[in-house]
Design a protein around this ligand. Sequence first.
Ligand code: SAM
Ligand code: SF4
Length: 461
Amino acid sequence: MKHVDDSLIKLLLDIKTTEVDIDTILNKTKSLNRLSLEETAKLLSVKDAKNLQKIFDAASYVKNTIYGKRVVMFVPLYISNYCSNSCLYCGFAANNKVTIRKKLTFEEIKKQTEILLKKGHRRILMVAGEIANSKENLDYYVGAVKAIYSADYNGNKIKRVNINVAPMDGKSFKTLKMSGIGTYQIFQETYHEETYRKLHIAGVKSDPDNRLDAIDNAFKAGIDDVGIGPLLGLYNPYFEVLAMMMHIEYLEKTYGVGPHTISVPRIEPAQGSAYASNPDYKISDEDFKKIVAVLRLSVPYTGIIISTRETSQLRDELVNLGVSQISAESKVSPGGYDDKFSNNDNFEKQFNLNDQRTLDEIIKSLLSQGYIPSFCAACYRKNRTGETFMNLAKPGQIKNMCDINALVTLKEYLEDFASPEVKKIGYALIERSKAKLDKASLKTLDRFFKDIDDGLRDRYI
Ligand code: SAM
Ligand code: SF4
């Protein structure tokens, strides 16, 4: 597959590591520099509990040093489950006859968004199946993004729409960018070509290069926030991590910046897919935690996303090991946020979910562990994206801004949406967090807080 050197990965998968090696690499991670392929392979090869714990501790240090206690919150919005591809693991596959198909109208998309706004959500990941006609796809996506941004609940609006949709050409990406999308996300699923071809049996997606090229097309069209990831469970997960690192090296070399985010979806059972219930490479929770921790250490400044595919307990642990963005209260069927549709949810959804908590319950859990849920989208709105974002993030300049913005969005959530219990825990955490801010940041924060008390919303720097 393009950008992936299989024979080098084969050598790296057999690499031998000593405890001294591990300690040297983990020592290097304290300087927050990116790791080489060889160093990443050595960390992935660790199996014993003592060295694994050292990796977890190092990942936790890097996470807290770069991201502090912030965790960005988002919610997926599925707009259509029609699909012309046949990915053997997916509930939306064209050859999956049990799935009930639905494509939301723009009015329905707006209504779904209003439901999400009412719960306190501010960041949406728009998701759709792929239809063969790319012009039809583009018009629908652009209309859907507009519908999402047009939704309003008491003056509250969606701040950022990221999208996870089919590959497009450069011209279409330019049009999409103009519609105001944030990150363009697309998962390669597997970087192992033979496995890829075995599992993607029909449709445009059966060509693996078409997917890889989508990232290039997006960059060339000026979308510099891209999200990538493997679907874990299809092939050897260590191979996938190393291959993704090669893909990242290629992007850094070609465009001066790597992906904005990495997602690590693990395969879940899906209606009508025998493969999804019995994937070739089932990954244990321990291995999964190691993969997330090693990713955190390998690319310290790249966001890591975990969805509600994972259980609440595991998600709590992963946030400490490096995850910087999580979804909440997700439905993975078009129209799923509307009670009148949810009877059919089983036959319209893409796969099973393991964290069914409400947004308020998830926020309570994060706050209780000292994490600050953030609904901030300031960087994107102030054009701090791609290389500009990385240039601010690497010397640590962005941290103060992020802390202020996260606390402001938290206070807005507590005022407008939180249950009394969450409000109490949230304000206690805000007070503790304020004590850690420098004088200038505190002054800015107090100004924004006063604005919120005066009824103003959506303040950010
Ligand atoms: N149709 C577009 C595509 O395939 O890129 C975008 C949306 S697709 C609904 C989003 C992602 O869901 C896929 O890229 C795949 O990684 C993931 N997915 C599909 N089936 C899954 C399953 N059974 N369990 C977990 N994730 C799954
Ligand atoms: Fe369609 Fe995407 Fe599902 Fe494949 S993963 S069947 S392209 S929705």
